[in-house]
Ligand binder design. Structure first.
Ligand code: G3P
Length: 220
C-alpha cells in the first residue's frame, strides 16, 4: 500500500515528505478552502505541492459539464507533470474522464460509493478510483464493506490500462489496516492519521527500556 496525504496544507505535506513514505497527495475544494485558499492562488498552490511531492497530486475540477471539466482538467494537468485531475463521478464526469484519458491525462475519479460507480470510472479511463469510507460510516453504513466490494469488482476485470484504488475518506488506523488487507493500492489519509499510523504504545515502551538499559551500559 502506498500512503498519500489528504490535505492542501503545505507544512503538513513538507513534514510528511521528509519522513520518506509520502507517495502522493490528494486535495479537494474543501481542503483548499480550509487553508484559506483564494481562487487566484489555486494554480500556484497546486504547483507548490507538486514541487514538494515525488508522486501524483490530485487537483479537483468543479465544472458540472463535460466541456467545463475537460477545460479545467487540461489547465490543471499543464501545471506540473505530476498533477492528476480529480473528477467527481457523475455522467458529465465520466464523459470528461474519457476525453481526458484520450488526451493522456491521468484522472482520479472521486466520490465513489458504489460498485457500478467504481466500474464505470475505470471503464471511462480513470487511472485512480477513490472509494470513500468514512462518509459511509457517518451514515451508519459499513464503509469498509463497500470498499471491499469495489476492490473485488475492479479486480475481476482488465480495463486495458492501469487502475489503482485510493481508499479515501479515512478517519482512523483501522480503516488503513482493513483497506491494506483488502488490497487497496493507496490510502489517502489526513495528517493526524498519518502521525498515528507510525506509533504504538509498545514501540514507545520498548524504546524507553532500550534507552534506559543503554544508559546502564554507558555507565558500566
Ligand atoms: O479525498 C477526499 C476524501 O478523503 C474526503 O474525506 O473526511 O471529507 O470524508 P472526508
Amino acid at each position: 500500500m502506498k500512503f498519500f496525504l489528504d490535505t492542501a496544507n503545505i507544512a503538513q505535506i513538507e513534514e510528511a515528505a521528509s519522513w520518506g513514505v509520502l507517495a502522493g497527495v490528494t486535495t479537494n475544494p474543501t481542503l483548499y478552502a480550509r487553508e484559506g485558499g483564494k481562487l487566484a492562488d489555486f494554480h500556484a498552490h497546486i504547483q507548490r505541492i507538486c514541487a514538494i511531492v515525488d508522486g501524483p497530486v490530485s487537483a479537483e475540477t468543479v465544472g458540472l459539464t463535460r466541456d467545463e471539466i475537460v477545460r479545467e482538467g487540461v489547465e490543471l494537468a499543464a501545471l506540473a507533470p505530476n498533477v492528476v485531475v480529480k473528477v467527481p463521478v457523475m455522467v458529465e464526469g465520466l464523459a470528461a474522464t474519457r476525453a481526458l484519458f484520450e488526451k493522456g491525462i491521468d484522472v482520479n475519479m472521486t466520490l465513489c460509493f458504489t460498485v457500478p460507480q467504481a466500474l464505470m470510472s475505470a471503464r471511462a479511463g480513470a487511472r485512480y478510483v477513490s472509494p470513500f469510507i468514512g462518509r459511509f460510516d457517518d451514515i451508519s453504513e459499513d464503509g469498509l464493506e463497500h470498499l471491499g466490494n469495489m476492490i473485488i469488482a475492479l479486480n475481476n476485470y482488465d480495463f486495458g490500462h492501469p487502475v489503482e484504488v485510493i481508499a479515501a475518506s479515512i478517519r482512523h488506523n483501522q480503516h488503513v489496516v482493513a483497506a491494506s488487507l483488502m488490497g487497496a493500492d493507496i490510502a489517502t489519509v489526513p495528517f493526524n492519521v498519518l502521525e498515528k499510523l507510525v506509533t504504538h504504545p509498545l514501540t514507545d515502551r520498548g524504546l524507553e527500556s532500550f534507552l534506559a538499559d543503554w544508559e546502564k551500559v554507558k555507565n558500566s
